[in-house]
Each structure stands twice: as C-alpha cells, then as structure tokens.
Design a binder for this molecule. Structure first.
Ligand code: ADP
Ligand code: MG
Length: 474
C-alpha cells in the first residue's frame, strides 16, 4: 500500500525544497505548539511535528473505522452506565493499582450519593493500526479507545492543508486534490455546545480543565474558539483553581468564584502524577456536581485497558449491547487478541506463553499518555519478575500489531531532515450526548493520523515520538 510519492522520497533536492515549504506552511496554517522551554507562554512557539508526506491508508479500513465509531460511542456509554460490569471487571485491578482504585472510590462515592448530573457528554478517540498478517491483506486492529482528554482534534485539520500544498509543490496535484477535508474540533465543539444547551443555563460557562504545563494549548484553542463563535463562554482552569474557587450549591450546581459551570471538559486528570490530595478533592467536587463532565468518572473507567481486555471475552459485547447484533459484529471485527493476567490458570498460561515468545505481545499497565507499555526483552524480564505475584493483575497482555512500514520524513524543530521507516496509527473521534436515557447525539467527528519511526515501540505526539500526518486513501 505504498503511496504515489514513494518515487520522490529518495530525491534529496526535491525533499529539501518541499520540507522548507512544508514547515512555513504549517506555521502559517496554525499547526503550532508551545516550546519545551516556555510551555506556558505564546511569545515563542514552534510547529507541531508532522510528516513531510501523507501516508497511504487502505480505503476499506479507513471506511471500516468510521463505520464502527457510532457503535463504539454506544458501547462506551453502555459500559459507563453498567455498575455491575465495571465492579466485576475492575475488582482484580483495583486491588493492586492504586490510581485506578482511587478513581473507582470516587465513582462509588458519587453513585452512593446519587448522580446530580442528568446530561452526559462523551468525546472519545478510537485508535487503530493496520495489521499485515501472513495473508497479505491488512486488517484494522484497535489499539485502544481514549475516553478522556483525546487530543489533536484541532491541530490535525491544519496538517491536511499543509500536505495538499506539499503535494502540489512536488507536482502531485491530482493526488493533492484527493486529500480529505477533516475538522474534528468542529464536531467536538458541536457536542460540547449541545451538552451546554441541554444543561439549560444561558449564564453558565464551559470549563476546560487544563494542565499546569500547557504546551498543546493551540489544539485546545481550536475547540474553544468554535465555542466562543457560538457565543458560549469558555474558561480555562486547573485542578488547583477548582480546589481554591470551586463550590456546589444546595442542588449541586457547580460554581467557580460565583460563575456557574455547565460543562467540564477534561484535558487533564488521566495520569496519577497530577493528583495530590487537594486535586483529588477537586476531582471529587466536580464529579459530585450537576455539571456535565466530559468524561464523567464512570466513562473514564470505561476507557481503562482492563475494561478493553474484558470486552474482548466471548459474550461480553452481547450482554452490554443487547439488541444490537450488527454493532457487536462490527466492534468485534476490530479487536486484536487481548488477555487477562488475573491470578489463576488462564493468566498463568498466557504469562508463560508471553515469556517464551515476547515479540508476539505488548504488556500494558493501566496508564494513559504513551510510553508505559513493555515490549520484547523488557516485557519478558518484567513478566518473569511478577508472574507469581498479584502485581501481575495490574497489567494486561495484547497481541502485537505489525503494520507494513513506509518511508517518510518526520519534520521536527531542530532535527535533521532524514528519511525514516515509519508506521501509522489512525484515530477516529466520536462524540455523543445523552439526556437521561435518551441518546440525542451520536456521531463520528473526524480523524487523526499519527506516524512514528519503527524504532519507537511506543509513544504519542505529546511524548515526542509520533508526528501528525494525513491519510492518503489507496
Ligand atoms: P496509551 O494509553 O499510553 O496511549 P496505547 O495502548 O495507545 O496506550 O499504547 C501506546 C502506543 O503503543 C500506541 O500508540 C502504539 O504505538 C503502541 N502500541 C500499543 N498497543 C500496541 C499493539 N498491540 N501492537 C503494536 N503497538 C502497540
Ligand atoms: Mg494511545
């Protein structure tokens, strides 16, 4: 599935010229990130890393990924409402994983009190790789679904414009005209706006819950600005601001220094390091409130690796989505092999298999954000060490997906221009809104292609490994 420009990849002069054009075009288009040196100021910014050339993506798999997105929205929503399933699934994990346990305690606490929230907003991104099995034809395989702080729905729309220009510069105008329009930020904002409207208070604001270090602010601004343009007010606050300024009234409406909040959109809160005791308290306050949380704590838990693994057990999808056999079939068709490491015979067997043949698997802890998974020799070592201890159950095992590499250039500030063997990961954004029991919005909102050099097993754009890309359908 090589794209039509694998001929120019080795043409050094053409590549150099195109790269200079590409970088300036990215800056002009707003494909931006703050710098590591000044992550909280916009005085000096740089371009977000991206590929020189779009990457080939099989059209059938791209369409399959879009076609299953509404099903995944339904599934995430169903899991988030299924207390019994979440309890059973996470029971072994929370015994050994303190972070998941703490989230789970908040989940139980807000359920015991009774939910004040009546409008629910989900923004997720389902990520895939194209597995080239032995038979040759590539297959769509889900890597994971991100139910909290799924990023790059803003910046990705800029990348397609840059690639269109690059292809024109390289004399590939026919191909340039085939690049698809893509603007996830618009779809995400539509969902947030719908939730805000259903919350039903003109004066209330949308609160972006943001990090202390905000390098990726421009990606968030894309969504924010869409909301301002709909006359919806947006405030950006950190957990510590919530701790200092947040309060609930008698009907558990959320206020920040007297300003009512209709929607809390988390772009933070998915790694243990951000939570000190005050931030945990702030999180609990938000979860107890009537405000629409995107995601609420149940939906965050629905995105854990352990839940993903349990969903792949025969019969589970059918139980969670009764009356939706076609959705179940479409979802299951994207699953890779996933294995529980819970204590017992099943876990013993798969642990032994992975120790004997580590290159077939990826070992995943219950963490988000890239750079946490274990591969190859490291996988073997860790599994050897923990195979007879309960700690094993804080991980899951997954079949390793093996995509076909293609040549490309990863453009990064202050990095030399050199050709790399690359693989790509496709993400589809999904948005849904539920009011009480009624799903009032359920959509796919656009896509994201991220590409990295094959020598990196793991890591996203924020982690400095993958770069933004555009699919060229073949
Ligand atoms: P995170 O929550 O940290 O993003 P992921 O499950 O997305 O965790 O894994 C991070 C990265 O590791 C992915 O972007 C992908 O590059 C790689 N990866 C994850 N699972 C697999 C797999 N089964 N096969 C091959 N690579 C994988
Ligand atoms: Mg990921």
């Amino acid at each position: 599935m090589a794209a039509a420009w694998q001929d120019v990849v080795r043409d050094a002069a053409a590549v150099r010229e195109a790269a200079a054009v590409a970088v300036d075009a990215a800056l002009l288009a707003g494909g931006l990130m703050r710098t590591g040196e000044q992550p909280n100021a916009s005085d000096v910014v740089n371009y977000a890393p991206f590929t020189l050339l779009p990457s080939a993506v099989p059209r059938a798999l791209f369409e399959q990924a879009y076609a299953v997105q509404q099903d995944f929205n339904l599934l995430v929503d169903a899991v988030s409402q299924n207390k019994e399933f979440l309890e059973q699934t996470l029971a072994s994990t929370i015994k050994v994983d303190d972070f998941t346990a703490r989230l789970f305690r908040i989940y139980q606490q807000v359920l015991e009190e009774g939910l004040a929230q009546t409008v629910f907003l989900g923004i997720n991104r389902s990520d895939y790789m194209f597995d080239c099995g032995l038979e040759g034809a590539a297959a769509l395989r889900q890597i994971e679904i991100n139910t909290i702080a799924a990023s790059f729905g803003g910046l990705t729309s800029r990348t397609a414009d840059v690639h269109r220009l690059v292809l024109n510069v390289l004399g590939k105008s026919e191909e340039a005209s085939q690049l698809l329009p893509n603007n996830p930020a618009k779809g995400l904002a539509l969902g947030i706006a719908k939730a805000w409207e259903l919350y039903g208070s003109q004066r209330a604001v949308v609160m972006f819950l943001v990090e202390e270090v905000q390098r990726n602010i421009f990606d968030q601004r894309c969504v924010e600005n869409e909301l301002w343009n709909r006359s919806i007010r947006v405030v950006r606050k950190r957990f510590r601001d919530v701790f200092e300024q947040g309060s609930l009234d008698a009907s558990r409406r959320l206020y920040m220094d007297g300003q009512e909040v209709a929607v809390v959109y988390y772009r933070e809160g998915y790694v243990p390091q951000v939570y000190n005791e005050q931030n945990w308290e702030a999180r609990l306050l938000l979860e107890r409130s009537r405000a629409v949380k995107c995601p609420n704590i149940a939906t965050q838990l629905a995105g854990t690796k352990k839940v993903q693994q349990e969903l792949s057990r025969p019969g589970t999808l059918e139980k969670l989505l009764p009356g939706h056999p076609e959705a179940v079939a479409r979802i299951r068709a994207t699953f890779a092999g996933l294995y529980s490491l819970d204590e017992g015979e099943e876990g013993d067997r798969i642990a032994a298999t992975a120790i004997a043949d580590p290159d077939r698997f990826v070992l995943k802890p219950q963490r988000e954000g890239g750079g946490n998974n274990l591969y190859g020799e490291e996988l073997r070592e860790v599994l050897e060490k923990i195979k007879d201890s309960p700690e094993r159950t804080s991980y899951i095992l997954m079949d390793k997906i093996k995509p076909q590499p293609a040549l490309n250039y990863l453009l990064r500030a202050h990095s030399p221009l050199q050709v790399s063997e690359c693989i790509s990961e496709l993400g589809i954004f999904g948005v849904y809104v539920r009011q009480g029991r009624e799903l009032v919005l359920n959509q796919a909102a656009g896509h994201l292609l991220r590409t990295k050099a094959i020598e990196h097993a793991d890591g996203g754009v924020a982690a400095g490994v993958a770069v933004l890309d555009t699919p060229f359908l073949v």
